[in-house]
Design a protein around this ligand. Structure first.
Ligand code: HEC
Ligand code: HEC
Length: 400
């Protein structure tokens, strides 16, 4: 208890210390008076954990987040300017689709992505929400995590350079990206304000984008309002909630959270019984070498999940109904299936059609429309050099 209440204070102290430290160095810059970053404090929503994943060398600031938002949506992050070679984080991670492509994506048909080289991403995309509470690694298999022996593949920040160079994403080169951003009017000034130097570095590009991604917080669904006593759920939604959180019911809560874990994910890795043979070279086993991790992947958050099809790491299910049918009737026994799949001997939780509709209604109550339209998280209309969003997104057009 005491530790919990102390943590935010410690964080604040860290932020203040590292900010003042950085400002000290900046004094040597001729424009040092322009570097007065404003600390940004995340408001932890009610019932959410207070322990945040913010590295001490990248404290959140208003200026850093503003810069990060531009860069997240600027297709010139690919390091090129031709309309066909523009790609940004926002090309795949769309706000209105829970920061996934969505099955209606105009370029990535069916919601499965590929990079500027044409190479498909090895897995289906993941949503970018509530990641500031994720302490267990990023990506479906948790490759990017504090215990990765490679120091350059440990943090949210690292996913930025990786996205720039990956053939299945921007297929670029960090030097080209750095140079292009440096030469785009307006950006150097924003780097100066955010980091104390107008010299654009890949490190500061990554820090700014990571700061923005940490502000993608979804905590205002109908279910959250119900938890805060602001509205009543329908009887159907309430029945679904009970099914979700009981072992004799749909038994989803051990891996996907509940009122006690409002992230609606544990951010842990499980084999949820889809197959009997496992040979994906990028499952959790590939990271840990532990046989019990064969065919295991991150249990995704179920917030806003209706918008994020197709489902599972390989996108095998198109609709939420198919997912519910799978957990009801098609779970497969194997030596690797996680013990928390309690009903595997009966091929699933055997929900009736009425119960399936109730479970789905509950999952839909986790949708947060305010988050999906929040202007602070949307693509900026005008970029630092005066370009419009449409101009910097090239063939990805005016995606929202
Ligand atoms: C070509 C499409 C594409 C682009 C562009 C892209 N991503 Fe992704 N992103 C994906 C896919 C696919 C995954 C899941 C990959 C996996 O785990 O195998 C993913 C996963 C992630 C994750 C992990 C989320 C989690 O829960 O672990 C983060 C964070 C992320 N992307 C951030 C970014 C950022 C920041 C950018 C811009 C620098 C970006 N992405 C650009 C497709 C894309
Ligand atoms: C043993 C842990 C476990 C249990 C129990 C469980 N899940 Fe999952 N769930 C997972 C894992 C792991 C994944 C990702 C698997 C993959 O991608 O191959 C997943 C994926 C999903 C997805 C797709 C998410 C996405 O972004 O593609 C949905 C929807 C889902 N589960 C809903 C449910 C529902 C509803 C229940 C209860 C009927 C349930 N889960 C029970 C572990 C579990």
């Amino acid at each position: 208890m005491t530790q919990n209440t102390l943590l935010p204070l410690r964080l604040l102290l860290l932020i203040t210390l590292s900010l003042s430290g950085a400002a000290g160095c900046g004094d040597k810059e001729p424009d040092a008076e322009k570097y007065k970053p404003t600390p940004y404090q995340i408001q932890v929503p009610r019932f959410f954990p207070t322990l945040l994943n913010i590295p001490s060398d990248n404290p959140m600031t208003v200026e850093g987040i503003e810069l990060g938002r531009y860069l997240f949506y600027d297709g010139r992050l690919s390091g090129r300017t031709h309309a066909d070679s523009l790609m940004s984080c926002g090309s795949c991670h769309r706000q209105s689709r829970n920061f996934e492509p969505g099955i209606d994506h105009p370029v990535f048909q069916g919601g499965m992505t590929f990079g500027l080289s044409g190479a498909p991403t090895p897995h289906a995309p993941l949503p970018l929400i509530n990641l500031v509470w994720n302490h267990n690694g990023y990506l479906w298999n948790g490759l990017i995590s504090e215990d990765n022996p490679d120091i350059s593949r440990r943090r949210l920040e690292d996913l930025v350079w990786m996205g720039v160079v990956a053939p299945h994403e921007m297929n670029g080169d960090t030097n080209r990206t750095k140079t292009l951003i440096q030469n785009t009017p307006g950006y150097p000034e924003l780097f100066l304000k955010a980091f104390g130097s107008s010299t654009v570095t890949m490190e500061n590009i990554s820090k700014a984008i990571a700061q923005f991604v940490r502000t993608l917080i979804s905590a205002n669904s109908r279910f959250d309002k119900y938890m805060r006593g602001e509205l009543q759920l329908t009887q159907q939604e309430l029945n679904g909630f009970i099914l979700f959180t009981t072992e004799e019911g749909a038994d989803c809560f051990h891996c996907h959270g509940s009122s006690g874990n409002p992230l609606f994910t544990t951010n842990l890795f499980y084999n949820n019984g889809k197959d009997t043979e496992f040979n994906d070279p990028r499952d959790r086993y590939a990271i840990t070498g532990n046989v019990t991790d064969k065919g295991a992947y991150k249990a995704t958050t179920l917030r806003n999940i209706a918008l994020g099809g197709p489902y599972m790491h390989d996108g095998r299910f198109e609709t939420l109904d198919q997912v519910i049918d799978f957990y009801s009737h098609h779970v497969q026994m194997s030596p690797y299936v996680n013990p928390l799949m309690h009903h595997v001997a009966e091929n699933g939780v055997q929900l009736t059609p009425v119960e399936k509709a109730e479970l789905k209604a509950f999952i839909l109550s986790l949708q947060d429309d305010e988050f999906l339209t929040n202007p602070d998280l949307s693509p900026p209309a005008i970029f630092p050099d005066g370009s419009t969003y449409e101009q910097v997104s090239g063939r990805f057009g005016n995606l929202r």
